[in-house]
Design a protein around this ligand. Structure first.
Ligand code: ADE
Ligand code: ZN
Ligand code: ZN
Length: 260
């Protein structure tokens, strides 16, 4: 191989096998949020949603927004999965992503779903997007820093295997728990009425800042290259389950409000 070819080969290998960005709770996280939301819907919302989703469950469609990422036709929705802040920044005064972000994405979905003139096809698409995005909103690192792409460029080890901080919070911590989404939902959606009410309090921006604050704590409590394992899971898994619960009951609140 010539020097030039070796260089091209090395570059190709690097970009093929280096996954910088996997911006999604993994399927189990999204499905758990969906399953919990389904448990807290009004009859009316349940009926409408069932019609729009052609009988599929909320958990089933919750990963759709990630599946379409590999389709060029849906590129414009990529930036909807996250929102970045400077450490002490406020959304209202910080520079917005002109391609849209988690906040504008969620608002667009709600608008389309509330519009009586939206087509059935649009309602189906934007409902699936909304279900997914409310899940993403509750993964703290989807409300992280731009410089490290929400932790995607912070390499760490998880039980001896190389991964990145974003991936630990999207997937590794949940998968290590080794439960299906239905088992997870069953075991964490044991909330009293008062607790549900408490979680559903506030509006979208309150929930964005709540995630942002959790993200700052995640950044504070890990060093790049750190070897994470049982202790990390012990310290942070309750945050993961609480975020899944909150994501579920808040998604239900939004859907109950759309279909009231
Ligand atoms: N995924 C890709 N880029 C990201 C970012 N800047 N923040 C969070 N998640 C991301
Ligand atoms: Zn996503
Ligand atoms: Zn992610």
């Amino acid at each position: 191989m010539t020097l030039k070819n070796s260089f091209i080969f090395a570059l190709f290998t690097f970009f093929t096998f280096t996954n910088f960005t996997t911006p999604n709770w993994g399927p189990t996280g999204h499905r758990t949020v969906g399953e919990i939301a389904a448990n807290h819907l009004t009859k009316k919302a349940n009926k409408e949603i069932n019609k729009i989703l052609n009988g599929h469950s909320i958990a089933w469609v919750s990963t759709y927004a990630d599946e379409i990422k590999s389709d060029r036709n849906y590129r414009r929705f990529y930036s909807w999965h996250y929102i970045n802040f400077p450490v002490n920044g406020k959304y209202e005064t910080s520079k917005k992503n002109p391609k849209g972000d988690l906040v504008t994405g969620i608002h667009t979905c709600i608008e389309v779903l509330k519009d009586e003139n939206s087509t059935k096809q649009d309602k189906n698409f934007y409902l699936k997007m909304l279900i997914h995005l409310i899940g993403d909103l509750h993964q703290p690192l989807h409300v992280g820093h731009k410089e490290d792409k929400g932790g995607n460029t912070i390499q760490v080890q998880w039980f001896g295997k190389g991964t990145n901080l974003h991936h630990v919070w999207d997937i590794d911590m949940i998968e290590k728990w080794n439960m299906s989404y239905t088992e997870l939902a069953c075991n964490i959606d044991i909330l009293s009425k008062e607790q549900v009410k408490k979680y559903q309090k506030g509006n979208l921006m309150d929930w964005v800042y709540e995630s942002k604050n959790l993200a700052e704590e995640v950044y504070r409590t890990v060093k790049p290259g750190e070897k994470l394992s049982y202790r990390y899971s012990y310290l942070h898994f309750s945050t993961v389950t609480e975020q899944l619960e909150k994501g579920g009951v808040r998604l239900a609140k939004i859907l109950n409000e759309i279909y009231k």
